[in-house]
Design a protein around this ligand. Sequence first.
Ligand code: SF4
Ligand code: SF4
Length: 616
Amino acid sequence: MELKIAIASGKGGTGKTFVATNIAVVLERMGHPVRYLDCDVEAPNGHLFLKPETGPAEPVTLLSPAQVDLDRCTACGRCVEACQYHALTLIREKVLLFRNLCHVCGACTLVCPTGAIREGEREIGKLIHGRRGPMEVHYGLLETGEGGMAPRLIRRVKRHAGEGINLLDSPPGTACPAVETVKDADLCVLITDPTPFGIHDLKLAAAMCRALGREPVVLVNRADDVNRDLKIYCKEARLEIIGEIPDDRKIAESYSSGDLAVETLPEYGSLFHNLAERLIRRAQNPERVRVPHNGNAISVLPNSGPGETLRKESPRAPRTKELVVISGKGGTGKTSLAAAFCALEGKIAIADCDVDAADLHLILNPARRAGGQFSGGNQAVIDPDRCTGCGACADHCRFEAVRPVAGQDKTVYAIEESSCEGCGVCAIVCPEQAVRLTPAVNGEWIVSDTRFGPMSHARLGVAGENSGKLVTLVRENKNFIAKQSGLDRALIDGSPGTGCPVIASLTGADYALVVTEPTVSGIHDLRRVLDVILFFRIPSGVLVNKSDINPEKADAVRHIAEEAGSDFLGMIPYDRRMTAAQVEGLSIVEYTDGPITDTIRTIWDKVRARCFETKE
Ligand code: SF4
Ligand code: SF4
């Protein structure tokens, strides 16, 4: 029997990979055939713990427009009209291709009447296959700058599912990559921690699973008695808590060195064994969704507000000096530190560009001024009365978003909303004109006031597409509210990872501050994010949070930062008061005058000197 168990989380850093790898090893010890499929293709870390013997990497390529044959091109402009992503433009009768905007849908080659657009292989990432004893390990590694291609690489990883138990290590969040991983799983396990950020992001992840028709279970990591709100929420939302892993410093230390708890901490063997048994039982008996999801719950607001008004008054608001706080992986404390920096600056324009798991508002408690829907693209819809079931749309859709549906007297085709990228190819090829494109609501933009200045933020809808575009909108709105408030400095809480939203957060920034932690996965992801920063030639600095978990690795971070030409800004020891401050809705520097506040203040002085006080 083939069983798929997805291990997911609403935000990074909850211990998703820690759980997935330990469960995989226990299942294998129990005699099950196990395949570990790491679908977190932007930051695959499972192999750092499982340490499989791997073969050569297999390049994953897609057919993509590579060249316009100028001898054949008549400059008719049909390709430009057909491209929904503005990846083609016609300048002086010459077609130009912007590769980074191309979604590789094939619309341009389909409509070109002279066959002038030549396709070539474009490498979007690699597949790596390995074994750890009898366990199969497969993972994808996305090329830097190919964030939009993550779902397609994930599909390729998932093709290696097979007989036995398939553990899918999902990307964090609720956007397309997570949906692609979870949508056909027999069981989705949501890993969370009992912090306000953890609870907030769990709500989003549970909504995603239920929208996909899957009833998830919750596994609480770093469980302690500090915050009972998680249990209250789960009870109200009728979410089953399938297990708890205690908040034990020994686990954090073992994880930081790349060790598996079930191998180095024998006292946790039975906990994971019992958990694995429960997960299999639940996966074999999936439950119906207990609380139906009510859409994206995005409120419908007029698409206007101070941002819009200002845009009309002053279409070119001056750019602020921008500091972007990012992290290679989630859960490093990036948002808590961003809030602390806002408090230390006192008055600053703020943008939360972590649109997939926006948490900064939980500390800054913004008062909403305005907001509106965000539509980053289209969604195809098939009229079943017109559809004759020829299947041309399904044959041409490169996103596997069209499925046959048995009707009363005929088979028709329908669009799977969560997979459709709105490219319009199905509408182009449909001989019955049964397909139309409608604007998709992908999220909501918001402008607010906080005690530290105006704030631009957003919410990406479940399976929201175009998070990069939403990040760009959040940044634009930030420029307008900064101007309105007479502020010339801005702090941006960027997305974790290295995909589209991170690139959109970083583009044009004056300084990038990378928050990392001293673990093998923290270091692995730091290297990837530093590559992106180097690519954009942005001055940067690195700080290590929870540095005393593994002083040796913290030192390694210092060397990596220096080698990459980044400023090494300092180390912040692990401090439980970070969570206590979060529970109170305060930044750590408002919560305590202790040594941690002094350390953060020293780091902030260095950052503001480098970012805001250096001459251009
Ligand atoms: S191409 Fe048109 S008619 Fe054919 S299956 Fe698709 S929607 Fe139906
Ligand atoms: S279903 Fe969506 S992704 Fe597929 S061809 Fe149609 S518009 Fe493009």
